[in-house]
Design a protein around this ligand. Structure first.
Ligand SMILES: [Zn+2]
Length: 120
């Protein structure tokens, strides 16, 4: 378990290791060292990654019309998909697919992006 955690930290640039082969046993010995000085940089990279994902999702929400079943079935469809289903829910085969007003979702995404950008 400790090794697993060390590798996760290493993947995130928070540890470094040196590997030496033990001459007697032939096994590798690992010498680990923390590099937590990289933490601010790692967090900054992670934050930028999340902002990019949120922006991409926001654009997708803004540039598409979405449709959902009037009966509340699972599933959300972009316009072209809803058209392919003749605006009838493919799950229950009865409910009309009506537009999902996504202004609230877009606003939540916008607010989250602003909040993340302003964090320091
Ligand atoms: Zn339905």
């Amino acid at each position: 378990m400790v090794r697993k955690i060390l590798y996760i930290l290493n993947d995130n640039k928070l540890t470094e290791f040196k590997r030496v082969r033990d001459k007697r046993s032939g096994w590798f010995i690992y010498f680990w060292q923390e590099s937590f000085d990289n933490l601010p940089l790692v967090l900054e990279e992670r934050r930028n990654w999340v902002i990019e994902k949120l922006e991409s999702r926001m654009k997708y929400e803004e540039q598409n019309y979405f449709f959902q079943c009037k009966n509340g079935c699972e599933g959300r469809y972009v316009f072209i998909e809803a058209m392919d289903y003749n605006f009838i829910c493919p799950v229950c085969q009865q409910g009309q697919l009506i537009e999902d007003q996504n202004e609230k979702k877009v606003q939540i995404l916008k607010d989250s992006i602003i909040k993340l950008r302003n964090q320091n």
